[in-house]
Design a protein around this ligand. Structure first.
Ligand code: ADP
Ligand code: MG
Length: 327
């Protein structure tokens, strides 16, 4: 049974960046305003995330790593919605099957914090009381120690670090009210840092500034027919960059939509001088029941109802904006 669970977990957590995405979402769900990430060897030796969110109650420490248990059930009316928002209760369980995991956490209500270790989905011993501020520190060590082949298939620590940095960057742009830090263990200066209560434009400048060549264009649009809202910031990356940058969030989750991406890439290649690539931040709000939840969890690839129509409308808006700015 352990082996089967491990294989299933390895499908969900394929590399450090997958784990980090899940952990960042948990910290954001817990209403943190500061999130600090520390890594060693591209997250393969150590991936630690510290937040100042709600914390986890002592009584819940026994179940957070069981598959399909989530404390977020009460927030939603039905199970489809939960799955749609990414609350599957699988992330911590999966991580605990493929790495050594420790949680240190303190809630506002409890007088002290607790520290707990996990292996293969189970709490190891009783949580131990400890000092600490409100919030949660999740420490993941030796990712894929139990799956040597998976570990070998991964890219170099430097490339894994690049992917981690990419994930933090995107969440930082989308959540400018939260201060993010990404640090390599042992280095004095963070590799990435954004202030608390920043703005999207400011965070884009901090993170992608040197790659961007033009002003950011702001675009917001609400569509009553297909029931979606779009907020976007558009510009282009400078000549030296070989490809564009796309940050796509749907209902607050970082996702990929190949259909939308290729449509937007198409607009840029039609209207921009050759060799110019897009920089696109886009956040879409859709009715959760219109999102397809049956796509494989690792892909972060989404499909949604009225996809063609919605993409067409987005395209019209972006075209008009780009044309207007070039006129
Ligand atoms: P899900 O997010 O789908 O509920 P996870 O496996 O990602 O499932 O997390 C399990 C549970 O652990 C969450 O429902 C939440 O109660 C708790 N949790 C995880 N990380 C944090 C955190 N950083 N702060 C507070 N609670 C957390
Ligand atoms: Mg989660």
């Amino acid at each position: 049974e352990v082996v089967v669970n491990r294989i299933a977990a390895g499908e969900i957590i394929q590399r450090p960046a997958n784990a980090l995405k899940e952990l960042l979402e948990n910290s954001l769900d817990a209403k943190s305003s500061q999130i600090q990430v520390q890594v060693k060897a591209g997250g393969l030796k150590l991936l630690q995330i510290q937040d100042n969110g709600t914390g986890i109650r002592k009584d819940d420490l026994g179940i957070v790593c069981e598959r399909f248990t989530t404390s977020k059930l009460c927030k939603f009316e039905d199970l489809t919605q939960i799955a749609t928002f990414g609350f599957r209760g699988e992330a911590l369980a999966s991580i605990s099957h493929v790495a050594h995991m420790q949680i240190q956490t303190k809630t506002k209500q409890e007088p002290c914090g607790y520290k707990a270790s996990y292996a293969d989905g189970k709490l190891q011993g009783a949580p131990k009381p400890c000092a600490g501020n409100q919030g949660t520190i999740i420490t993941i060590e030796d990712l894929f120690y139990s799956m040597p082949q998976r570990r070998q298939a991964l890219k170099s620590p430097a490339e894994e670090f690049q992917k981690l940095s990419d994930v933090v960057s995107k969440y930082a742009v989308h959540n400018p009210h939260v201060g993010f830090t990404l640090k390599k263990q042992g280095e004095a200066q963070p590799a990435l840092k954004t202030p608390v209560n920043s703005s999207r434009k400011e965070n884009i400048r901090i993170i992608y500034g040197s790659a961007i060549s033009k002003e950011l264009l702001e675009l917001t649009y609400k569509d009553d027919t297909f029931k979606f809202q779009m907020d976007a910031l558009l510009t282009q990356v400078n000549y030296s960059a070989k490809k564009g940058v796309m940050l796509l969030f749907i209902n607050q989750r970082l996702v990929e939509s190949p259909a939308l991406k290729s449509s937007l890439d198409g607009i840029y290649s039609t209207y921009l001088p050759r060799g110019q690539h897009p920089f696109i931040y886009m956040s879409l709000q859709l009715p959760p029941q219109n999102l397809d939840v049956n796509v494989h969890p690792t892909k972060h690839e989404v499909h949604f109802l009225y996809q063609d129509e919605i993409i067409e409308r987005i395209k019209e808006q972006v075209e008009a904006q780009l044309l207007g700015s070039n006129a």
